[in-house]
Design a protein around this ligand. Structure first.
Ligand code: SAM
Length: 288
């Protein structure tokens, strides 16, 4: 007899530990879209953080952003509810903090910058976490939050999510929980206002990834939609094979063909939103 266990509830430590264990060390080439997003986020964060100071990356996952932000004289705290991925970050100047974002156990007024890349909508109480983070900011500090643009501009993740959602019941989001497209910059400003935060700048970015085949699509998708990726990888091999077989037809219906027509072009677009305590607008450093 085979024992079955219910999947850990979405957002729990067990859920994220399981996702990171499955996806943790997959190696291979850096996906185009996740790489471009990371580079953009790191550039804006680097500018906001200034030369030294303390930066906390909230929901740091495998620590790619935290590592990208490491500089002499700067402390980067990679914080996540899942301890597993933090344990393998071995970069000078980067410290791991395994903690729920709602209870970070840091002294008030210590952070010059908080970053949150692909993380805000995964939190059960994003407004509450923004309030907690505001209390941790040093004078002149900022919070940099990444959000996705609307679904029509994010076909790279929407296409696979729609396909997986039809066959994997685990991917049904509990009622009332935010999804990746449920918070836009106006919504973020509304969530942040009760904490005394203002949205003081938004920078937009986008990329179109060239997809050659089904494995190439999943490589791009998995790096940006980990919960869905983990659900696919947990599915029985026969179902995974059926998904792979169905994917080219789905991509044909939804995505433009690449030049030469051997593959597809999958785009994704994002907003990088800078929040600061109301009244501190003058402290922002203009883009170079
Ligand atoms: C979609 S992943 C993004 C990871 C990383 N920021 C990146 O872009 O690669 C969301 C991350 O948030 C973390 N997370 C989820 N809920 C959390 C919570 N309540 N407190 C802290 N981290 C949390 C997860 O473990 C996961 O690493």
């Amino acid at each position: 007899m085979t024992a079955t266990t219910a999947p850990a509830s979405y957002g729990s430590r067990a859920h994220w530990d399981g996702v990171h264990t499955l996806l943790g060390d997959r190696g291979g080439a850096r996906p185009q879209a996740a790489g471009a997003l990371l580079d953009h986020m790191a550039a804006v964060a680097d500018r906001l953080a200034g030369a030294g100071g303390v930066v906390m990356d909230l929901g740091a996952g495998q620590g790619a952003l935290a590592r990208a932000l490491a500089r002499p004289g700067r402390l980067v705290i990679a914080s996540d509810i899942a301890a597993g991925p933090l344990a393998v970050i071995r970069t000078p100047g980067v410290a791991g903090l395994a903690a729920d974002a709602a209870y970070p156990a840091l002294k008030p007024g210590t952070l010059n910058l908080v970053t949150c890349l692909r993380g805000l909508w995964t939190l059960p109480d994003p407004a509450g976490v923004l309030a907690v983070m505001t209390g941790l900011l040093a004078p002149g500090g900022h919070i940099l939050v990444q959000l996705w643009d609307r679904p029509a501009r994010c076909r790279l993740i929407g296409t696979g999510a729609a396909l997986l959602g039809k066959v994997l019941p685990d991917l049904t989001r509990p009622a009332g929980e935010a999804g990746p497209f449920d918070i836009d910059p106006d919504g973020l400003a509304a969530l942040a206002a009760p904490a005394g935060l203002e949205l003081i700048a938004t920078e937009n970015g986008d990329i179109t990834a060239d997809i050659a085949d089904a494995p190439g699509y999943w490589r791009e998708f998995d790096a940006l939609a980990e919960t869905a990726a983990a659900a696919r990888l947990r599915a029985p091999a026969a179902l995974q094979a059926r998904l792979d077989a169905a994917l080219p037809g789905v991509l044909d219906r939804v995505l433009p063909r690449s030049d030469g027509a051997t593959g597809w072009q999958a785009s994704i677009a994002w907003h990088l939103c800078t929040l600061a305590p109301a009244g501190s607008r003058r402290q922002i450093i203009p883009p170079r």
